[in-house]
Design a protein around this ligand. Structure first.
Ligand code: ARG
Length: 531
């Protein structure tokens, strides 16, 4: 019994150490209550070994000087690791997931938070999809509110159709900033902005068509940037879609007796546990207009009706934790029990994101800067080979570097943006990841014609470690699916790259006998597929 307990322990620790084979030293066991003497250990080991049976997992049991060695079946290990490769898997229960991510605000300055909500949202959507779920990706634009009053009125004053065509995001932003400044001290400008927004709210055609134009060119521009990031959305929606429904929500709250009037004359929902208005959420301004949260309540109800999701995930920075708590609470008190299956994934702030020319204004600036810096690094590196399209390579590697820097730690932590560290060729970076992948493709995939794979030929510890690491893939996906954190997967891949680097040093495919060489190449292929 004691031997079995020790064996289980050895088995688990061999898994943790990634050594596959494991051993049991008899000298650590008490047999009939006493530790065996030195002369006895080999006899005891042989005794125990005869009572243990080989099976499909442990293919050989041998003893030597009091130590029982268990050799794990390589073929089986390789078979299992092959099945662990990402050929596509089906989850046992397929669900419909609604992911609300990216969601920038039109005409306002881009902030690092929008890069994060785009790439993290995309990670979560990809993950859920890989696990066999049906995923709907939505971009919920900040396309409504007083900023459109400023923009609409401002465009009449300082706008240029020409500039709008040439560089739409830049121009809209300039108009917005200028008008905002003017309105601070110019009462007429302020009034013009209010008037324009009022016209919009009343659906006056001229105002609406200008707004539509601004919205459409922004979406077009963003789509271009999303393409660079490999991100797409099934639906572009936004706050503007839910103005009327938001008024209906207010009426529903009223008829359910949930709408209270505060001392300031605003409409609020009481969320305090004691019902003493200790903690309230404002859903209606005193002038009768709705707010960000009111539109979110309406949008959630609308999505449930239209798409009947099983799960909805919102990705934003952590400053909105309270907003989403209140949103889910209000949905629940309104009787929407599905709000329990809505989740907010918050992330931390990024400090110090700036380009060589100064502060980052648009998402595109970040991507351009990553590409330019990468191109520069490539031209400096002695090992860089001639390539057909260095710009394209720099673009892809630069974006990988951005992603890996962002995904390595817990999402909730703030981090300091560091161009140099992020673009290092060595260390845990996206550059290292891409480099390893490229190296594997170049040196192995190109020359490997093996169709069969006999892993029992792989005796080196380095190979076993890679196989065992590959076997962890499912576990890693599961971990990421549990807490929606990319760090598990990213760190798994980085470790795979380090293991691959040791394999490159230690497993010399060239000098090995032909059959072994083929297997070693095949192992490299596994690493590539996983990457
Ligand atoms: N546009 C918002 C912002 O930039 C984010 C929207 C998040 N999604 C939502 N359904 N509230 O802060």
């Amino acid at each position: 019994k004691q031997a079995l307990i020790c064996l289980s322990f050895e088995l688990v620790s061999s898994w943790v150490r990634q050594t596959a084979d494991f051993r049991l030293s008899v000298s650590t066991l008490r047999i009939n209550g006493i530790l065996p003497s030195r002369g006895d250990v080999q006899v005891q080991a042989e005794n125990l070994a005869t009572q243990l049976k080989q099976d499909s997992v442990v293919e050989d049991i041998s003893t030597d000087r009091g130590v029982i060695s268990f050799k794990v079946n390589r073929k089986l290990l390789a078979q299992v690791s092959e099945s662990a490769l990402p050929h596509g898997r089906k989850s046992i229960c397929q669900i419909r997931v609604f992911a609300c991510c990216s969601s920038p605000n039109i005409a306002k300055k881009f902030h690092a938070g929008h890069l994060r909500s785009t790439i993290i949202g995309n990670f979560i959507a990809n993950l859920k999809q890989t696990l066999g779920n049906n995923v709907i990706r939505m971009n919920y634009l900040g396309d409504w509110g007083m900023q459109f009053g400023l923009l609409g009125a401002g465009f009449g004053q300082f706008g240029s159709e020409e500039k709008l065509k040439q560089n739409p995001l830049q121009h809209l932003f300039e108009v917005y900033v200028r008008m905002n400044k003017e309105a601070e001290h110019n009462e007429d400008m302020k009034q013009a902005a209010r008037d324009f927004f009022k016209q919009l709210e009343q659906h006056e055609s001229q105002a609406v068509s200008l707004w539509q134009q601004f919205r459409q060119i922004t979406v077009d521009e963003y789509q271009h940037i999303y393409k660079r990031l490999g991100v797409h959305f099934d639906i572009y929606s936004g706050e503007s879609f839910h103005q009327d429904q938001a008024q209906e929500v207010v009426q529903q709250l009223q008829s359910q007796g949930l709408l209270k009037t505060s001392e300031k004359g605003t409409g609020v929902v009481d969320l305090s546990p004691a019902g003493d208005m200790n903690s309230v959420c404002t859903v209606l301004r005193s002038d009768g207009t709705t707010l960000y949260i009111t539109r979110d309540i309406a949008a959630a109800i609308d999505r449930k009706e239209k798409y009947n999701f099983d799960e909805m995930i919102y990705v934003t920075d952590k400053s909105q934790v309270n907003h989403f708590n209140q949103l889910f609470q209000i949905l629940l008190v309104m009787g929407h029990s599905w709000a329990d299956r809505c989740q907010h994934v918050p992330f931390g702030l990024v400090q110090g994101m700036s380009t060589r020319t100064g502060e980052v204004v648009f998402l595109e600036d970040v991507l351009d800067e990553a590409r330019a810096r990468m191109l520069h690094n490539m031209s400096q590196a002695k090992t860089t080979k001639e390539m057909d399209n260095p710009e394209d390579t720099a673009e892809k590697v630069g974006i990988s570097a951005l992603l890996v820097q962002d995904f390595r730690g817990p999402l909730l932590s703030d981090y300091r943006f560091d161009w140099d560290r992020m673009l290092q060729a060595q260390g845990d970076t996206g550059v290292f990841l891409q480099y390893t992948h490229a190296r594997l493709c170049r040196s192995v995939l190109k020359y490997c014609y093996a169709t069969t794979f006999d892993p029992s030929l792989l005796l080196e510890q380095t190979s076993m470690t890679i196989l065992q690491h590959l076997l962890r893939y499912d576990e890693v996906l599961y971990q990421s699916a549990q807490d929606l954190q990319p760090k598990h997967l990213v760190n798994f891949l980085l470790k795979l790259c380090h293991l691959t680097a040791s394999a490159h040093r230690e497993l010399l495919v060239k000098g090995s006998p032909p059959d072994v060489a083929q297997v070693e190449k095949k192992l490299h292929q596994h690493a590539i597929l996983n990457n």
